[in-house]
Design a protein around this ligand. Sequence first.
Ligand code: MOS
Length: 733
Amino acid sequence: MSDMIELSQHLRMNGKDEENLLDRTVQGVITRPLDRPEGPLKVSGTATYADEDHPPGTVHGWFVRAPIAKGWVTGLNTAELRAMPGVLAVMRDDRLIHHPAQGQQGSAPPQGPSEVTYAGQPVALVIAETFEQARNAALAARLQLIDQSDRAVLAADPSDYETPKGKQAATGDLDKAMAEAAFTLDEQYSTPSMSHSAMEPHAAVAWWEDGKLTLRGSYQMLKTNVAELADAVGVSPKKVRILSPYVGGGFGGKLGIGHEGVGAAIAAQRLGRPVAIALHRRNVHEATHRRSESRQRVRLAADAEGRLTGLGHEAWVSSMFGDDFSEPVTQATPFTYAGENRVIGHHVARLNLTAPGSMRAPGEAIGVPVIEMAMDELAERSGLDPVAFRIRNIPDKDPTSGKPFSSNRLEDCLRRGAERFGWADRPQPGTRREGEWLIGMGMASAVRVNMLQNSKAAVILLADGTARVETDMTDIGTGSYAILTQIAAEALGLPMERVTTVLGDSDLPPSSGSGGSFGAASSGSSVLLAAQALRRELARRMDCAPEDLTLKDGHAIAANRARPLSDVLAGDSLRAEGEIDRGLNETTTRQASWGAQFAEVAVSTVTGEIRLRRLSAVFAAGRILNEKTARSQCIGGMIFGIGSALTEEVAHDPRDGHFVNRDLAEYHIPVNLDVPHIDIEFLDDRDPYANPMQAKGIGELACCGTAGAIANAVANATGKRFRDLPMTLDKVL
Ligand code: MOS
């Protein structure tokens, strides 16, 4: 009988990381472009997503949704629906209309009983033996309504906006700087309401056993999802287990527990049977989050040498009544460029539209392209090369807070990117023509704040010299299985095949989850810390100091003595828990990931169509953990950016705010023919203040700036500026 010996290591990031274990390890799996261990399951259809595995006896739910933008539900033809084939229950439970939360536990439902605050809101749930029977009955629902849609706020007037105090900032005198500047810009921009459009629609299946709820769903952050679900259902979090082993994309749309999770849980409790709810694409669009539309005003003032003396960035966005979240459009503006006179403004209108929430790089995804469009235009007005203009205005510390940067590689990204793309060959605006096509090149900086979240993981080194990683971390297509396996393998000197990673089960040690591009750094650090605790124990057994221990190919090596791990373990198994805490570094240093994006476009003078010819980017995001999954993240992010530049836009019906384009046939995400060759380079980079891996967020960095580079390329091609995204044909022609 072997023993399980328990170990642990906890670290708060206060100060510089000196230890840097990953620079001393020799296994050679970290950073390499290794395949995803779960890849074969995904491509062979054997990885089971939320709605692909129903326990025996599962019944199905379909939502009845509000046909009005504002008002009250007072009744439903319940008896009629109840008598329809296969129908088991018709539920008008007010817990259902708790709109999907923002990953904030304990946030109160924004609306009272049966209140309707947007068109498409789930207001009742029909459960039937089959999916088709549930849908059939739900479509026959007749709601009694007090319709106050004539009082709904569907588009904001200037007087509708709140100006939250903590979200405004001003230093110096921007008006004076504008008046005295050699070159100025003062322009308005707009970006549309957008939809996450993850490939896997939201789905959940729930069942109860002995007062305990288990829910298989498609979620990003299980620790908070458990708290939200327990809160919504009214049980202790200890009685809730969530399983999300595979998630077919999230982009922020699955950060919080959704209607489908709450609905499945309460229906399963009532019926004593497992209940599955899988959302139709239309339901995903209308009743999960969207990204807020924005209006933005940018003011820039520069002296005769092109040095910024003033910078203003004000944003107007929308939110749901009672919601804390609003798109932090100006998030990176305070520290990206210099300029001593500054105004940051943030204004929020409460609208009767589907609630806005976090969507890939909330803030920077729409704020950075706009700043970059403005910077490009001012460079042109001052006769400076856009790359040189940006480099001239990179501050040596955060100009707003005075904090030092933990690391700032923006200049390196810009220089390397310009060289790689062939920026020197850029035409004068509106001068390069190939038949009907005008050709142009444009560029933009990319920047995204870097974050670390509390995260725990266990690494178990079994007596046979294999290891298992356990954490409730999710893999939303990002590569968590791959990088966590690599980190444990690297730190323990094991080949990848000897490490198994188990994720997506809330009974495992609670992680950061996937969000805000902090997942890899946070969960990866916890795995590294657990492995460090194991290394200390192995060193003790090898009679050497931890720094004198080498682990490679399943062997422990010290003082020229190599022993198989199974020998060193001598029948014991070791289980170590690692925990990372953000500590003070994020408040004492300014942390961000950096990049430079370049685009070449062709614009048809006949149709106004914009064809992308090339996209190229250089990113600096600390240590790259897996070159293949990192590159895939960046390609995905840049394609996201193509969508926001050229095609993606939710059209809200002006009468009731409902989504006019509520499926992927009409909400246009870029497809293969829209996407050119995408060229990506990662700078060799480390950030010693970020975390013990010195890695930073990358998934969201890549979509910040892309739309700016494309818009600037279009301006270079046509000699005209388009300040209203997306740049659809009707605007360009
Ligand atoms: Mo992200 S928008 O925090 O999944």
